[in-house]
Design a protein around this ligand. Sequence first.
Ligand code: C2E
Ligand code: MG
Ligand code: MG
Length: 708
Amino acid sequence: MKPFERPSQPLALVVDDDPVVRAVVSQSLVRAGLRVREADCAEQVLEWVKDERPDIVLLDVVLPGMSGFDACRRLRSTANFRHVPILMLTSLDDVESINRAYEAGATDFIGKPINWAVLPHRVRYMLRASETFGALVENQAMLYDAQRIARLGSWSWDFRTGANEWSDETFSVLGYAPGEVAPGMDALIQRVHPSHRDAALGYVRALGAGERAAEASYRLELPDGQIRHVRVHSDLRMSDDGDVIGALGTLQDITESKLSEERIHRLAFYDGLTTLPNRRLFMENVAQALNRARRHNRAASVLSLDLDNFKRINDTLGHSAGDRLLEAVAVRLRDGLRAYDEVAYGEGALGIARLGGDEFCILLNDINQFDDAAKVAARIVRSFAQSIVIGDNELFITASVGIAVFPNDGEDPETLLKNADAAMYHAKSQGRNNYQFYGRAMNARASEKLAMEAQLRKAIERNEFEIHLQPKLDLRSDRIAGAEALIRWRHPERGMVLPGDFIPLAEQGGLIVPIGEWVLQAACQQSMTWLQAGLPPTPVAVNISGLHFRHRTLLSTVAKVVENTGLPPQLLELELTESILMEDMAATLATLRSLKGMGLRLSIDDFGTGYSSLAYLKRFPLDALKVDRSFVKDMSAAADDTAIPSAIIAMAHSLKLEVVAEGVETQEQMAFLKERGCEYAQGYFIGRPMAPKQLTAMLERSAKSAPN
Ligand code: C2E
Ligand code: MG
Ligand code: MG
């Protein structure tokens, strides 16, 4: 049974020495739904209540032995009996007896002769009242518990007498034992941390002066050095005439919630890895800085920083090394900016943030001019000159930084950050490891790029593309053994545009697929034309962009072009770069096998500039390897830089690949390559990329001169 739940039938104890009265009273109570016990003297009652607690006692005043008054008094002093209703039955209806009955602790009395109609109602009423009272007591106990758990104390202050009352919990919250000090504002102020003391005093004074004070929070410092946070709520007490006569309120220990609030704040506004502010906080800081700059008519700047080689380190050394590196970068940035930061922000490096990945941002507040931002950016870029050691690895990293200055490059945080990013990408395109300003020049470049992309979209239908062909010489027979198709854009205003200036743009805009298809078609058509003109079969090589290679239509396009032009497939060669081949090698292998299955030739372009896995090279069905121009260029007897090309040629042969040397510009280079057994050479020395008509003439000459 729960502590305050009663059995459904309340128990009444009827005490009267007159058996007739007892019987009639009992009967009327039983009829009213009560259980009854009877006693004929007070002594018997006192004995019983040691084990049992009735819900109500009906007690005759005049009893043999101990009187009803004395019995009542004794019952009241018994534990458990304080709140049990006691109804005195008395024929003494003088004022004095009535007073005595109440003084003895009686709840009510009823006169004899008893009014039988009234008695059950009176008893029921008293039971209900007692039940309500019991619930009240229980509620109070619960309230007390709740206050203890919530660390909520209550207090009151009587302005008329100056008296203060505190609940036990108020003492406890303030770190006093109950009753240890006289409750009052002095004892309260004593516990307030010095940094909050003036504010708390102000609060107390205002309250004492009858001002309605809002709620407030203060920091406490207890004698043992513990720091706590409390929140005070107060309200004024008014007399009936409307005069302020005091105040009352609560005092709550909010240390826990304050701490979790701080934790939540940390999670919401800081990067967990580096503990730097995150994007949200950074943007807020920028917004504030811009407001200040606006008011004081000053400049401010946002720097966007990206590590140049983070992805590679992350991929090769693993994510946890990557994380350590980011932490180290955060420390480096903090150190680098300390001198600046302390002036601008005081304690804590508010100016740096990590926006995610290897992207960091820096806010420069209140700067004088562009120069200030450039100085900081230069210092940051320089600070990476020193390697970072993570575990056993010494890592060399560089950073690219973009700068946007308020108000020139943007008037709100988003625009500034966007433009700082654009400047950062520009820094990357300028060879990384440097900083760049966002500026009019960049703006111009961006809009030029947009215009060019729009023109590029229309270039196919306007028939502005052409292919130029560069001959490939067979070093064994000294005959033209093929040609590489190189695209050109005959721009209506700019004239001839080289692929380096529009292929990246076409890749970004998704135009590379239709352009690649156009080149395939034009190249195959050309080779077919030679064949039909009776020239010796001359293979044509087409460069394939990585995006096109991975595109789902590549295989069907190639098949269609070969079929439509009627070109024998072995006269079409596709050139793929190392980086294309080494990405997603399983898919690469499948595509290469399908192309090979159609009868095409496949070669690897610009070899030596990327990273190749020999194991995969061996598995890929390739026919030729093109040694990158940079190795051929360095090759001369004087420089004696022949080790690499020699090694590449030897390796290619061991993999059963033919070798094409690119960028052959001198007789000397060609002689050397021939000597090393290189099969083909391509380069200005043999022939520049030229219009198809010219190459046709060259092929005709070559065919005539050759012995049949
Ligand atoms: P690539 O495939 O390595 O083509 C060779 C590039 O080197 C050509 O530049 C060519 O003009 C140049 N070259 C040839 N011999 C010499 C030489 O002796 N000395 C020097 N200094 N350069 C020489 P181009 O035509 O500007 O093409 C550049 C790159 O653009 C090509 O490099 C290729 O990757 C890409 N490309 C060209 N046409 C296409 C195309 O139709 N589709 C795709 N996806 N890419 C193409
Ligand atoms: Mg090529
Ligand atoms: Mg090449």
